[in-house]
Design a protein around this ligand. Structure first.
Ligand code: FAD
Ligand code: NA7
Length: 554
């Protein structure tokens, strides 16, 4: 072979390497399964680009002390491989961060996924080329990759939110956001630590830091209705039970409302006697987990009077656990209805406020003014700190999309199209952005579910749609504007029929200044949503428009 031929061949090879049938962005639960499905089951060429220098997504980034899943381990995993289900042994009901990460690394090894995952590669731009009908994707590291199908497996909770508090550059101590935690860990021994935020993450991290730090100050803007986690180790018998019943359990969670292992009671609260209610609440509280939230009376999240009863019940439970009545009152939520904000699960959280080394500061009453060289200044005074931990959450659902310059037909920027709130059909695609699929995107059940179940449903549906295109010689797919408009309207209607939009939450975009206030996830339930997606597919992808390969190439 001549050197020119060799050069040409190498150039050709390079081009091929940068061009794929499918490009997947993100290597968490979503991206890993999408790669397996598209590459191994469908035979497509596929590549994953991942910003982190390891796989695992959430479980790669969130390494703060106390990080663990709030979903039962045997359903916080994949169901697609019976062999995998039988092989993997969970050690606890609610696994810690490192155990979930090990699981995902095991999956990547087992299915030989790593060879098609490019780490340390943040996608910055994605442009749909109307001539070639391919996506051109650019990365921070200068790669240009093209692909026919673009799968945004970006994570609904991957864009961390560090609030814009003046003075952070002056702080002489160390500060961390929980979702960007150093891999080598942080030694809190002998340190005065401040935690900002009391959501699901703040609750977990503060409980651990109360033990590890010399002194802990928790800066709370909104108290939450945290419920007991009820964690326990799993023994051989527990494992045998769930392994033998895997398919049954999974069929249930695939089709129920939340993808979690809870069902509603099947009647409204007012239909139960006070004694029955008390028993129902107490049983769920004692068992731990989300039972009181997702497995309670049917109308709790829709009917204010019913909600008032359970809200008051949880408030009393919180107060019973705190010695100092002033602190107890500060920790008692009174500004929102139980369950309309993500319910944190806790293991000893309330008791940390009975310790001498823990102080609670109400920053709603006396807001944070600035970060100083020595700590935090609120309207009430100065708090001296060596370490500051931001447990301040995420720019949820739309944030990861806004951090990429995504341009569809006519060069329209996705974040311009979504300026008043996301517009999608089924939370799967947005009109004007052909062949761009979103996994657990806005207006899909996503964060209101046990997410791996929602991820499998999405990836299966997307791969079904791609297979349909391949079988029928179709080049591009996108939703019709009508179908999209109807879905946007429907998804808001469903949310506004409940109490959820009355609370200022990240479900509503309320945690990010300037973010449009629309309800982001789809509240119609995973089971009904799955049924709708299946019906759409069965009706030749009703609501989607396809272009024919032959026509477009002519
Ligand atoms: P992620 O795991 O977030 O992965 C997305 C990946 O995309 C990330 O690795 C990110 O680096 C990458 N990425 C994003 N943008 C780019 C870009 N521009 N370029 C390149 N790469 C990019 N869900 C539950 O159901 N139950 C729970 O108990 C639970 N606990 C949680 C606890 C914490 C602390 C957090 C933060 C989330 C929790 N979740 C939970 C939600 C969790 O995010 C999902 O369950 C699941 O891990 C999401 O997987 P994913 O692959 O969709 O997204
Ligand atoms: P959340 O639920 O958004 O919690 C963030 C917390 O940080 C919450 O208490 C916020 O108060 C607080 N916060 C945010 N910004 C500020 C400022 N500027 N000042 C004071 N306090 C602030 O995020 P999490 O990480 O706990 O949970 C998100 C999801 O990811 C959840 O599903 C977990 O499982 C993982 P607020 O309530 O807004 O008043």
């Amino acid at each position: 072979m001549s050197s020119t031929q060799q050069d040409q061949r190498q150039a050709g090879a390079k081009e091929r390497v940068n061009d794929f049938d499918a490009l997947i962005v993100g290597a968490g639960f979503s991206g890993l399964y999408a790669l397996h499905k598209l590459r191994d089951e469908m035979g497509l060429s596929a590549r994953v680009l991942e910003a982190g220098d390891g796989i695992g997504g959430t479980w790669y980034w969130n390494r703060y002390p106390g990080a663990r899943s709030d979903t039962s381990s045997w359903i916080y995993c994949y169901s697609f491989s019976e062999e995998l289900r039988q092989e993997w042994q969970w050690s606890e009901r609610y696994p810690q961060q490192n155990e979930v990460l090990s699981y995902l690394e095991y999956v990547a090894d087992k299915f030989d996924l790593n060879r098609d995952i490019q780490l340390r590669t943040r996608v910055t731009e994605a442009t749909f080329d109307e001539e070639t009908e391919r996506w051109e994707v650019r990365t921070e590291t200068g790669d240009v990759v093209t692909a026919r199908f673009l799968i945004a497996a970006l994570g609904a909770l991957s864009a961390s939110n560090v609030p814009d508090i003046p003075g952070i550059e002056n702080f002489a101590g160390d500060w961390y956001h929980t979702a960007e935690w150093p891999h080598e860990g942080v030694d809190f021994t002998g340190k005065r630590v401040g935690v900002i935020g009391t959501g699901a993450t703040g609750t977990q991290v503060a409980t651990e830091l109360a033990e590890q730090a010399d002194h802990l100050t928790v800066f709370q803007r909104t108290p939450n209705y945290a419920l007991p986690l009820g964690n326990h180790p799993l023994d051989t018998e527990d494992r045998r039970r769930y392994k033998e019943n895997y398919e049954e359990i999974w069929e249930w969670v695939r089709h129920n409302f939340s993808g979690h292992d809870y069902d509603l009671i099947g009647k409204n609260l007012q239909e139960a006697t006070p004694e029955e209610r008390e028993r129902a609440f107490q049983e769920r509280y004692d068992r731990g987990g989300f039972g009181l939230w997702l497995g309670n009376y049917d109308d709790l999240l829709e009917n204010r009077e019913a909600n008032d009863i359970v809200s008051e019940w949880v408030r009393e439970k919180i107060q019973e656990r705190i010695d100092d009545p002033v602190t107890a009152e500060k920790l008692t939520p009174r500004d929102h209805a139980f369950g309309t904000k993500r319910v944190p699960l806790e293991a000893g959280y309330y008791e940390i406020f009975n310790r001498d080394n823990v102080k609670l500061v109400d920053v709603k009453k006396a807001p944070i003014l600035e970060i100083t060289e020595t700590g935090l200044r609120t309207q009430d005074g100065d708090y001296e700190l060596d370490v500051l931990v931001f447990a301040t959450g995420f720019d949820a659902m739309t944030g990861p999309f806004e951090r990429i310059d995504i341009r569809g037909r006519g060069g329209e920027l996705l974040c311009d199209k979504w300026a008043e709130g996301p517009r999608t059909y089924l939370g799967l695609m947005s009109a004007g952005y052909p062949n761009l699929f979103t996994i657990t995107g806005p207006q899909s059940p996503s964060v209101l579910t046990n997410i791996p179940v929602a991820i499998e449903q999405h990836v299966d549906w997307v791969s079904g749609a791609i297979q349909y295109m391949l079988d029928n010689g179709l080049s591009v797919v996108e939703p019709t504007r009508d179908a999209e408009d109807e879905w946007v309207e429907h998804s808001q209607e469903v949310a506004y029929a409940t109490l959820f939009p009355q609370s200022a939450t990240w479900y509503m975009g309320a945690n990010i200044p300037g973010k449009p206030q629309v309800f982001l996830p789809y509240l119609g339930g995973l089971g009904p949503y799955r049924q709708k997606c299946d019906e759409v597919a069965a009706n030749d992808y009703e609501g989607f428009a396809f272009a024919n390969q032959k026509e477009t190439n002519a």
